[in-house]
Design a protein around this ligand. Structure first.
Ligand code: ATP
Ligand code: MG
Length: 810
């Protein structure tokens, strides 16, 4: 038996790092086996091996440990295949070992067959095989729809054509084909649960055909969950993501205890928008659903664009949406570790300092004069520098010897790869800018491509969930983790959420703000999360809405009106009703005495069961008397009163909500300019006649004046604003300065946030108090909330949404 010291010495001769050797040594059998492989099979080899080969030899040792029947001469067959790159993957090593163990007299050619040498399957081939498979099961697929997807994945693994294909390719292809053949998921794909009613204690009623004791309720549609189906439902379990260095998984699992770990990684260079709420939900929600943890990680590697307000706002928005980060971290927390790994990258000859201009780099990457790729690709001369020289140059970068643009650290990846994200990406750039957290300590900053995967690794992320534009970066993500021999998290990509009918780009919104078209980044007409919150949209409405859309790998494009309609139905279930008159005229009831009043009861929400109404139960008493306000638009006396006009007009009485009898018009008083100043009516006491409609009203003696009601409409006139400044809606904000509201509004203010729960919803968020949580339905007018500008001296309301979809288009 070799001593640990001998083993480490030999390992390092072949290129295993110290830390790595120490880890391997922890397993006596494996390290002994690897020692023999290196010592015997590679006795004629000198120098260091590439990390990938080291990993495969390590895998070989793991698979061979304790199998005495494989002699060293047989083993040599496999070692040679690894060295000359016939064998390139873990799966191949495993299959090769299986073959050796199964036979007394192996041959090289049979080994090649069993280990799939030369059997690489391209992505196109995988695609075409899966397409054909879909064609062969089309009838069953149409019948079973999405429930078939898991079994399809299982079957694909058994297909001989796909044996040597990377299984990671299957899922996205299957998803896109399912979508192509079945269309998006719909009600047919809802998983229905049958809920059993507990047997009743009372004796079954003999007269009824069904006895209630055995009756089963009609199927209850449970709320679909984006976390248990679709893209998120199909994700791997912690610990199942493949590793180039399998032993790193143990360490990872020791930290995570097999819990899900995710992160939401915004760049603190702007305010979040509605699309980000999907990312927040995907990351925080998936972790919570699986009883795991999610970091809020500020990706602050770009000091020039970062500002304090963004950090604060992002944190606020996450909390507003009902999530609490497990930890708040910053990429800059890891600048030193990242720097050390950059040196390590150089030491293993996988990083080099490059002085090429952006134009030269483009040319090296095969960019042609017309800006398209596809030309000849060549690495530059800097690529040939020795690690020693690179280290010296990199330290010069660090020490401020170079100005921005004069030098970068690039990863030595693979120019022959078809993937442009493998063409020697930049890892570090010179930037002499102070950083809000590290001050002027650094003159070089790591790029996203270098930082993201490594910080995911440091933080033991089990699922690094990002949007599909990062798909091609996955290869580089894994390459860097593997090359640096750190735990490799699994990056998986889902489709973005886009809202149409508005603009989301930071640059465009900034222009609207700085040029004064809107009230700020949190203007209720914008789809920034700050704006949506100020507008009064409840966070639960956003989450429920995104949940109904589900998560797939395709982009979801949604019109604002669809979002609004989801908000409307959420508000319908969760808000009290009040009466507001936007444009009041005074009504004098002729036949009521000055002090005569009729008390009417109004519940805050229709329905009588206090259990289901929860915080919305109860109501108030209103006093109908001689003077009330109604809306100017609810009375007319012009000749053209049309047949569709149901409200107050000569010869046409109208009902006042909850008031026992109608009022009928007697006289309209006007000022010299023709504006209505007062309406005289009769209270049609004791005349039972159903009016054509009812209108809202407010007692003059008991009302509150609203300083400003802001009725927000669509910000743009077109569904897809392109020339967006020219397409601004001139009436996107109408202001009413005379509106009145009934005095019970005060009670609603004091009862807010009401935190009304929707039965069966996963998204009943307890909100913290704030103006935006004072929400109500103004009968016949719309849903409103208190604006953030509102205070004890000035009452200001925002319209959250209209009552009906079409009323905004009037
Ligand atoms: P972009 O990448 O479009 O520039 P951004 O810079 O505004 O977005 P980041 O701070 O990079 O925002 O975003 C943080 C996270 O939110 C990222 O994981 C990103 O993929 C995700 N994200 C951004 N926009 C959307 C969207 N429209 N739908 C879903 N997720 C999104
Ligand atoms: Mg970004």
């Amino acid at each position: 038996m070799a001593s640990d010291e001998d083993i480490v010495t030999l390992f390092s001769k072949f290129g295993f790092g110290d830390a790595k050797s120490k880890e391997i040594i922890k397993n006596k059998k494996v390290s002994q086996q690897l020692y023999e492989i290196l010592g015997d099979d590679l006795s004629s080899f000198s120098g260091e091996l590439e990390p990938k080969k080291l990993a495969l030899l390590h895998q070989l040792a793991i698979d061979l440990k304790g199998s005495e029947n494989v002699s060293s001469s047989l083993r040599q067959l496999l070692t040679d295949a690894i060295l000359d790159e016939r064998i390139k993957s873990t799966l191949q090593v495993q299959e090769g070992v299986k073959y050796l163990k199964s036979t007394q007299s192996p041959t090289e050619s049979e080994l090649n067959t069993h280990a799939g040498v030369g059997q690489e399957v391209s992505e196109e081939q995988v695609h075409s095989t899966i397409s054909k498979y879909f064609d062969s099961i089309m009838d069953e697929l149409q019948a079973k729809r999405y429930t078939m997807v898991p079994s399809i994945l299982g079957q694909l693994r058994k297909l001989t054509e796909l044996k040597w294909a990377s299984p990671a390719l299957f899922k996205p292809i299957v998803d896109s084909l399912a979508l192509k053949h079945l269309g998006p998921k719909d009600e047919r794909d809802v998983i229905k649960k049958v809920k059993k009613t507990p047997a009743k204690a009372s004796a079954p009623d003999a007269n009824k055909k069904d006895s209630s004791a055995t009756k089963v309720d009609a199927p209850v549609e449970t709320e679909r969950s984006m976390f248990s189906e679709g893209f998120l439902g199909d994700l791997h379990k912690p610990g199942e993501n493949p590793q180039m260095w399998p032993e790193l998984m143990d360490e990872h699992l020791k930290f995570t205890h097999r819990q899900v770990f995710t992160r939401f990684p915004p760049e603190p260079n702007g305010f979040l928008h509605i699309g980000h709420s999907k990312a927040i939900m995907v990351n925080f929600g998936y972790a919570a659903f699986n009883k795991g943890n999610c970091y809020l990680r500020f990706d602050d590697t770009n000091p020039e664009a970062e500002e304090e307000v963004y950090f604060k706002s992002i944190e606020d928005m996450v909390s507003w949406l009902g999530y609490s980060p497990w930890k708040i971290t910053y990429s800059s927390d890891y600048f030193q570790e990242l720097y050390d790994l950059a040196e390590k990258l150089i030491e293993c000859d996988r990083g080099y300092v490059c002085h090429c201009t952006p134009e030269q780099v483009k040319e090296q990457r095969g960019m042609k004069a017309d800006g398209t790729l596809g030309g000849q690709r060549n690495g530059c001369s800097h690529r040939e520098r020795t690690p020693e020289e690179n280290l010296k140059e990199f330290r010069k970068m660090r020490d401020g010897f170079y100005k921005t643009g004069e030098a970068t650290l690039r990863m030595k990846q693979d120019y022959t790869s078809p993937n442009p994200q493998m063409w020697d990406l930049v890892a570090y750039r010179v930037l002499d800018a102070p950083h809000h957290r590290t001050g002027d300590k650094w003159k070089i900053y790591p790029t996203y491509d270098f930082t993201h995967c490594l910080v995911d690794s440091f933080e033991n992320i089990s699922h690094s969930l990002c949007t599909t534009e990062f798909r091609l970066l996955r290869e580089s993500y894994e390459w860097l983790c593997d090359t640096l021999h750190v735990y490799r998290p699994a990056q998986r990509e889902y489709g973005r959420l886009n809202i149409t009918g508005t603009v989301l780009s930071k640059r465009k919104i900034a222009k609207l703000v700085t040029e004064g078209y809107v009230r700020g980044w949190d203007d209720p007409r914008l789809y920034t999360l700050e704006g949506i919150r100020r507008r009064g949209v409840p966070p639960g409405a956003i989450l429920s809405f995104i949940n109904t859309l589900g998560v797939t790998t395709s982009t979801t494009n949604i019109e604002c009106v669809r979002f609004e309609s989801a908000v409307r139905s959420y508000l319908d279930q969760t808000t009290p009703r009040l009466m507001v008159v936007l444009d009041p005229v005074l009504v004098e009831v002729d036949n009521l005495g000055e002090d005569e009043t009729i008390e009417v009861e109004m519940p805050y929400k229709p329905g009588s069961n206090p259990v289901t109404l929860g915080p919305l139960s109860g109501g108030r008493t209103l006093k109908f008397g001689k003077y009330i306000y109604i809306d100017r638009s609810d009375v007319r006396d012009d000749d053209q009163v049309s047949k569709e006009y149901f409200r107050l007009a000569p010869g046409q009485p109208v009902g006042l909500m909850k008031v026992p009898f109608n009022i009928s018009l007697r006289l309209i008083e006007r000022d010299t300019e023709g504006n209505i100043t007062k309406v005289l009516v009769n209270y049609d006491k004791d005349i039972k006649k159903k009016p054509k409609t009812y209108i809202q009203w407010i007692p003059k003696s008991d009302c509150i004046k609203i300083d400003e009601v802001r009725v927000q409409n669509a910000l743009f006139t077109l569904e897809n604003p392109k020339d967006y400044l020219a397409e601004l809606n001139p009436n996107s904000e109408e202001i009413f300065g005379n509106a009145v509201i009934e005095s019970s509004f005060k009670e609603i203010v004091s009862r807010s946030p009401m935190n009304v729960e929707i039965p069966g919803s996963q998204f009943n968020i307890k909100e913290k108090p704030g103006n935006n949580t004072v929400r109500f339905q103004a009968l016949r007018v719309g849903y409103f909330c208190l604006d953030k500008d509102s205070n004890d001296d000035k009452l200001i309301l925002n319209r959250i949404v209209t009552l009906k979809e079409d009323s905004s288009k009037k």
